[in-house]
Structure formats: structure tokens, C-alpha cells
Write a protein that binds this ligand. Structure first.
Ligand code: NAD
Length: 348
């Protein structure tokens, strides 16, 4: 881990610089790189401190802190989820995060994470699909065409070779936005007027809707055998997207069971409902997809290790570029015990 600079300045990646960095590297290349970083960290899962995220709920949303450490670096993300925000012209999800050196405790990176969360969530979906989706997957359904949807679609293109994305949102304006953003991406985009139409011929069904309530985006009779479901939107107590019957006949893969049992689709199931931890599939300790008839479900809620991977990636990339500014956010007197003296000397 690098030491803080002599002046203890902390590199800060603003939203503008994040956008510059992503365009400098290329969106799909970032998704490919992030998938690799997340996969590396899932392979060494046992090295990490793990805890369900700390959530503060209100009637209209949730604010969460997501910490983890691999013993060398410590990271956390601040993130909110407010489904009512879009109607007020605000984002449902916003985030920022910090990476610190465990040896000194000094931060080594502060960064926007709203864009980065969309990228890491998409990369994690694609990583799961790599191990769980049926072979020769070329069509996906994308249900919920909000902020995450283009990222999800492009990650499936870049990592899984998906060629066609079938879009559906209860708000046709969201579908029109997503279709326009994906024009020229190389994906064939089909806008659909119902979830049933969206899933026709699709091998990957991604649900990414936002509602602070139990919803049934996919009902039991809609889902045929052999598909892979990527359930992204249900990520809070009381907020799910899938009919219980789908869970009963799918093999369910999760990030960190103690968190997913509180927040994921499986909150609808008994506490001892059998799930497989995704990291164990990635290390080869557990089987992913067994056969073409199996229905697999990645019950994604978003876990701190994915944010840690994303922070690690940005730290590495920012070190090679000028896409950051240095923040004077640590009081660091020359004599470590003379904090007050430093304050006195600054008096004008
Ligand atoms: P968003 O508000 O930008 O988009 C959500 C979309 O869902 C909207 O366009 C809305 O019209 C649509 N929608 C709502 N109910 C629907 C329904 N019944 N049928 C079809 N469409 C419906 O939100 P976003 O930033 O795209 O996030 C979507 C969800 O994903 C949120 O719940 C968020 O908390 C979750 N999320 C999860 C992860 C993760 O790691 N699993 C990461 C980021 C976001």
C-alpha cells in the first residue's frame, strides 16, 4: 500500500474526473477491468472482514455504510437508496467512498461512487453470469430501465458477448432513454411494452427496478427452465422483485448470506433456505450451472467487497493519470503532538 504524500494530501476523484477517466479508458474496458478486480477479490474472500452493511431506514429511503478490509487496505462506501427521488429530479442511488492504508489509518483515496457503483454492480452481474448463465447466451431482458440499466446491458455485452437487449420499464420514457443511450453501442435494442414481451427468447433476465415495497416484476409462470436471473433491484428489507415460486425452483447464488437474508429476494424464504455463496463458485469449491435445464438466480444486493474492488481499481488507474485533485483533508502537523500549535500559527 502506498504511503500518504509528505503533505498528507488525499487524491480525490470528482464526478467530472470519474467521467474523464472512464472515457479515457473506455466504458466497456472499465467494465472488463472491474470484473477482473471483483473476481480477484471474490477469490480471496476469506481474507476480508465481512459485516452486513449498516443501514439507516426512513419512510422514504435508506442510507447505508459499507465497510470492509483485506488487512492492508480499508474501504467504505456511503450510499443511499431513495426510489421517490427520481420524481423530484434526483438520483435514486448516490454514493461516495474512501480507501485507507491500514498501517497508518490515513486515507489514500476519496472518490465519487455514484457512477462507480453503477459500473461495479454491472461488472458483478456479468461476473456472476459468466459462471451461472447458460452457454451461448446472446439475448438478455433488461427490466427497469433507470440509472443502472445501460451499465448492466453493456457489461453483459462486454463480458458475456450478449448481442440483443430487450428493454421494459413501467415508464416508457425510461425505456426510450435507455434505448437512445444504447444506440450505437453495437447491441441490438428491442423496446418492449410488457415484461412478458421483454423476456421472450432471453437467456439472462435482469431485473433492476426501484420501489420501496414487495413487487412482482417476474411472476412464477413467466420464467421457463434454463434461464439465468439476475435480480439487482430488490436490495432492502421489504423490497423484492420476484415471486416466491421462482426462488423455490431456482438455484440461488448470493454474495454474503447474512446481508442477503435481510435484504435480498430470499428475505421471502425461511432463514435456513439453501443458497450458494458466489465466491465459492468462483474458487471452484461449489458448482455453478450444472445443466441447460437449471434455473439459476443471482440474488444481488451489492456487497462491500465489490466496492473495495472498485476503489482499488480507481486507486490504481488514478495513479497513472491526472484525473484527480489533491485534497487537504488531514490535519498533519510536523510535530504530531502539536496540533494546537499548528492551529495557532495559522491565525491571521
Ligand atoms: P432508477 O430509479 O434510476 O430506475 C428504476 C427504474 O425502475 C425506473 O425507471 C422505474 O420506472 C422502474 N420501475 C419501477 N417499478 C417497476 C415495475 N414494477 N416494472 C418495471 N419497471 C419498474 O434506479 P436505479 O439506480 O436504476 O436502481 C434500480 C434498483 O437497483 C434500486 O432499487 C437500487 O437500490 C438497486 N441497486 C442495486 C444494486 C446492487 O448491487 N444490487 C446496485 C445499485 C442499485
Amino acid at each position: 500500500m502506498s504511503q500518504p504524500s509528505e503533505k498528507a494530501l488525499v487524491p480525490f476523484v470528482s464526478v467530472d474526473n470519474m467521467m474523464r477517466l472512464v472515457h479515457h479508458i473506455g466504458v466497456e474496458q472499465v467494465l472488463i477491468d472491474l470484473t477482473r478486480y471483483v473476481e480477484e477479490d471474490f477469490r480471496r474472500w476469506e481474507q476480508f472482514d465481512k459485516t452486513p452493511r449498516v443501514a439507516s431506514h426512513s419512510d422514504v429511503g435508506v442510507i447505508e455504510l459499507m465497510p470492509t478490509s483485506d488487512g492492508e487496505a480499508y474501504g467504505f462506501k456511503y450510499v443511499n437508496g431513495h426510489p421517490k427521488n427520481t420524481a423530484e429530479g434526483l438520483q435514486t442511488v448516490t454514493a461516495f467512498g474512501l480507501l485507507a492504508d491500514v498501517y497508518t489509518g490515513y486515507p489514500v483515496l476519496l472518490t465519487e461512487m455514484t457512477i462507480l457503483t453503477a459500473l461495479r454492480t454491472a461488472a458483478t452481474s456479468a461476473m456472476a453470469a459468466k459462471y451461472l448463465a447458460p452457454k451461448d447466451t446472446d439475448t438478455m431482458a433488461m427490466i427497469g430501465n433507470g440509472a443502472q440499466s445501460e451499465f448492466q446491458s453493456l457489461a453483459m455485452k462486454a463480458i458475456m458477448g450478449v448481442k440483443t437487449v430487450r428493454l421494459y420499464d413501467k415508464d416508457p420514457a425510461a425505456t426510450a432513454k435507455c434505448a437512445a443511450n444504447l444506440a450505437g453501442s453495437g447491441l441490438t435494442v428491442v423496446s418492449c411494452s410488457s415484461p412478458e414481451e421483454a423476456i421472450e427468447g432471453a437467456h439472462i433476465l435482469t431485473t433492476c427496478t426501484a420501489d420501496k415495497q414487495y413487487a412482482t416484476i417476474l411472476s412464477d409462470n413467466m420464467v421457463g427452465a434454463g434461464v439465468h436471473i439476475n435480480a439487482i433491484g430488490g436490495d432492502c428489507p421489504g423490497k423484492t422483485e420476484l415471486a416466491k415460486g421462482i426462488l423455490e425452483r431456482s438455484d440461488v447464488f448470493v454474495e454474503f448470506p447474512p446481508q442477503t437474508r435481510i435484504e435480498g429476494e430470499i428475505q421471502q424464504m425461511p432463514e435456513d433456505f439453501a443458497v450458494t455463496e458466489l465466491w465459492q463458485v468462483i474458487t471452484g469449491a461449489k458448482q455453478g450451472r450444472r445443466d441447460a435445464r437449471q434455473t439459476t438466480l443471482f440474488d444481488s444486493v451489492g456487497f462491500a467487497i465489490e466496492d473495495f474492488s472498485a476503489l482499488r481499481y480507481i486507486r490504481d488507474k488514478v495513479a497513472e493519470t491526472s484525473f484527480h485533485e489533491d485534497l487537504d483533508m488531514l490535519a498533519d502537523p510536523d510535530d504530531p503532538r502539536d496540533l494546537f500549535g499548528m492551529l495557532q500559527r495559522a491565525k491571521v
